[in-house]
Design a protein around this ligand. Structure first.
Ligand code: 5AD
Ligand code: SF4
Length: 477
């Protein structure tokens, strides 16, 4: 397929939506039959690996399953288990293979059980070959481009014996109006674009998520308005590189302009977005964030490395100096903006000197938080073919150095807010202490404070009493 000649839709495909709705009705009938056979509603469990995009996709799968009559479960002892997979790093793949063995043991006890695999990992031919050969008990495999066909594929599993496999290389369609089962009633993600055109040399995303394509702004706005009417007060605009939003639209619009429009939605309280590529972050965007009352004080700005040599080999298209200048500009213009990042340690050819450059950036920017990853070789990416891969023991030493720099600087940075009173959106009960609730400040820092389940989904003013590294303990004022 020649991607240069593909014409991407930017609007929701109404015909396809109607087609899938028919399959949902058909699937409903199959599930009714199953319900009679079992003498109870069949259950499902969707397990998500990876990023926010996958989390959103899982909500789409769950929405369809709820609609056709399955009942949701958190545990994998269910009649239908779906793994929505990630393949950004090899350990995510290994976790899926490891857990498939466990699912097999469950299926042996429950002959009506169905197992489906979808998501990024399934876009790789080597994975499909392996599952076909060694995991023959899997019922359904589909990829990232045809997730909206889930009801149709599900019908196929009721109609066929054996494995149903449907993987596409690319799609031009957008189907975004099927049912959803949102994890949180008060906050939601929304896809503003799909795919990525950046081809960072280590990254598999452009190969498994396809070319960059944006959704029409009016459809994004309508979706958010609907979500707000349904109780959502915090929205996360999702894309692999939101800063290049709008490029393929017939009437191009910048991400900053989109943000301005989202800001005007009445009843919406907070706007987040993920992820920004430093090379595309415009002054216009900084200005919009600065003036906004709703855009959260958090910018995730993946740096990946602080060494110009490595940045070039990574095809990141910025330098240590230009990144630092950008971070400085943001700190100057919007002083309460938290900056977080992603760092890769162990990229081919990385030396101690390069790692020291990364640590220098960590210290100079003073990230509020940083995700540090060990480089993972992804077959098919340019970096996988580089012959100067770094030995594991050296990578591990470098990783520890970066991690301790991150921890030290983040602690100092987060602590700067101690004693302040901040607005917190309460998200859930604290996992460890049932007398506490857990919420998030505008700048994405977590706060735990005494409260009860009735507070979930509400905004509270909280005094930040004790800084514990990346989070606070506080009390409502
Ligand atoms: N190895 C390690 N980390 C990776 N990431 C992407 N590809 C790889 C890889 N091959 C990290 C980047 C990116 C984050 C989502 O995952 O830091 O920002
Ligand atoms: Fe991967 Fe780079 Fe695209 Fe991010 S911008 S998804 S790291 S290729």
């Amino acid at each position: 397929m020649n991607n240069n000649t593909l014409k991407f839709d930017t609007h929701n495909d109404i015909e396809e939506t109607a087609r899938q709705q028919k399959f949902m009705e058909k699937a409903k009938a199959y599930v009714e039959e199953l319900t009679c056979k079992l003498g109870r509603k069949p259950t499902y469990c969707v397990t998500t690996f990876g990023c926010q995009m996958n989390a959103r996709d899982s909500e789409k799968l769950a929405g369809i399953l709820n609609y056709i009559g399955y009942e949701k479960r958190e545990e994998e002892q269910a009649d239908f288990v779906i793994y929505n997979t990630c393949t950004v790093r090899d350990n995510a793949n290994q976790r899926v293979y490891g857990r498939l063995g466990f699912l097999h043991s469950l299926k042996k006890k429950n002959p009506d059980m169905k197992i489906a695999l979808c998501g990024c990992m399934m876009q790789e031919q080597s994975v499909i070959d392996k599952i076909r050969q060694s995991y023959r008990f899997v019922d359904l495999i589909f990829g990232t481009h045809n997730i909206y066909k889930f009801a149709e594929l599900l019908c196929a599993t009721f109609e066929n014996q054996g494995m149903v496999i449907d993987i596409w290389e690319e799609t031009t369609k957008i189907v975004e109006t099927l049912p959803l089962d949102r994890k949180y009633p008060f906050k939601s993600g929304t896809n503003i674009m799909f795919g990525c055109n950046n081809f960072c040399s280590y990254c598999i995303v452009p190969y498994v998520r396809g070319r960059e394509r944006s959704r029409a702004p009016e459809e994004i706005l309508t979706e958010i308005e609907g979500l707000v009417a349904d109780g959502v007060s915090e929205i996360m605009l999702l894309g692999q590189n939101v800063n290049s939003y709008g490029a393929n639209l017939e009437e191009p619009i910048s991400f900053a302009e989109l943000l301005r429009k989202v800001e005007q939605i009445e009843g919406l309280h907070r706007i987040r977005f993920m992820t920004s590529h430093p090379k595309d972050l415009s002054d216009e965007l900084i200005q919009v964030m600065k003036e906004s009352k709703k855009v959260c004080r958090h910018l995730h700005l993946p740096v990946q490395s602080g060494s110009n040599k490595i940045l070039e080999a990574m095809n990141r298209r910025y330098t240590k100096e230009s990144y630092l200048a950008l971070a400085e500009k943001i700190r100057r213009e919007i002083p309460d903006m938290a900056i977080t990042t992603d760092i890769i340690v162990g990229f081919p050819g990385e030396t101690l000197e390069d790692v020291e450059d990364t640590i220098d950036v960590v210290r100079r920017v003073g990230y509020e938080n940083a995700f540090t990853f060990i480089y993972s070789k992804r077959t098919g990416t340019p970096a996988a073919a580089m012959d100067n891969q770094v030995p594991e023991d050296l990578v591990s030493k470098h990783f520890d150095m970066v991690l301790s720099a991150v921890q030290e600087t983040a602690k100092a940075q987060v602590k700067k807010m101690q004693g302040r009173i901040e607005e917190v959106l309460v998200e859930e009960m604290n996992e460890k202490d049932p007398s506490l609730v857990t919420g998030r400040m505008s700048n994405n820092t977590l706060v735990h404070f005494p409260g009860d389940a009735g507070m979930i989904g509400t905004y509270k003013m909280v005094s930040l009493d004790e800084c514990h590294g990346f989070y606070y303990l506080g009390h409502e004022v």
